[in-house]
Design a protein around this ligand. Structure first.
Ligand SMILES: Cc1cc2nc3c(=O)[nH]c(=O)nc-3n(C[C@H](O)[C@H](O)[C@H](O)COP(=O)(O)OP(=O)(O)OC[C@H]3O[C@@H](n4cnc5c(N)ncnc54)[C@H](O)[C@@H]3O)c2cc1C
Length: 164
């Protein structure tokens, strides 16, 4: 539909700044091939989504070994690249994506040691608790969180603490 309407698409292009003045938005953009360039528009649809948070942003301390993945990266490695990112792993968080990844990694041959959830209740659907964890004997630990990663080059362990 975008092609049919000949709407220009700018790939590899990052929106740096929006200013609103006199009922006009001025957008500052940059891409790999050009210097900063600008657009003026009366209407702006912001659809920049959200982003996953890294280990440090969720207060996990310790070393910075490889082997710590966001759910999105783990999905990309398994589903798109066709590799197994871990032989043994723990999963932090019990949202539906995490539950689905616990099952997916198990089916692909990884040993999922447990799913840790800081809250007293799981975040994901009951259906996913049953079908992704219970059916595969993966234990869900509630009121528990990972506080530290260990290992120099590759993650070798994590510290898990109970929280009240
Ligand atoms: C790990 C994971 C698994 C998921 N699995 C599912 C699933 O199985 N089923 C489901 O329905 N939903 C799933 N979701 C949720 C779904 O992906 C999101 O709800 C959906 O992608 C949101 O769409 P969006 O267009 O709002 O944002 P996004 O898809 O995040 O799109 C935003 C776009 O804006 C771009 N952008 C950001 N900032 C700028 C900037 N400054 N300048 C230019 N471009 C910028 C980004 O590069 C990106 O391309 C999953 C989410 C995650 C994180």
């Amino acid at each position: 539909m975008i092609k049919d309407r000949k709407i220009p698409v700018f790939l590899d292009t990052f929106l740096l700044q929006t200013c609103f003045d006199n009922k006009i938005f001025t957008l500052a953009l940059v891409n790999a091939g050009q210097q900063i360039f600008y657009f003026n528009t009366r209407t702006l649809v912001l659809s920049t989504g959200c982003r996953e948070r890294t280990a440090k942003q969720v207060f996990i301390h310790g070393t910075r070994p490889s082997g710590v993945f966001t759910a999105g990266l783990a999905q990309y490695i398994v589903n798109i690249q066709g590799f197994l990112p871990a032989k043994k792993c723990v999963i932090l968080g019990s949202g539906d994506i995490e539950l689905i990844m616990a099952r997916r990694l198990t089916l692909e041959g990884a040993d999922v040691l447990g799913v840790y959830e800081i809250k007293p209740d799981p975040s994901g659907l009951s259906r996913n608790i049953v079908q992704c964890l219970d059916d595969f004997n993966i234990h869900l630990h509630l009121n528990a969180t990972v506080t530290e990663t260990h290992g120099k080059d590759r993650v070798e362990g994590v510290s898990v603490f109970s929280v009240d």
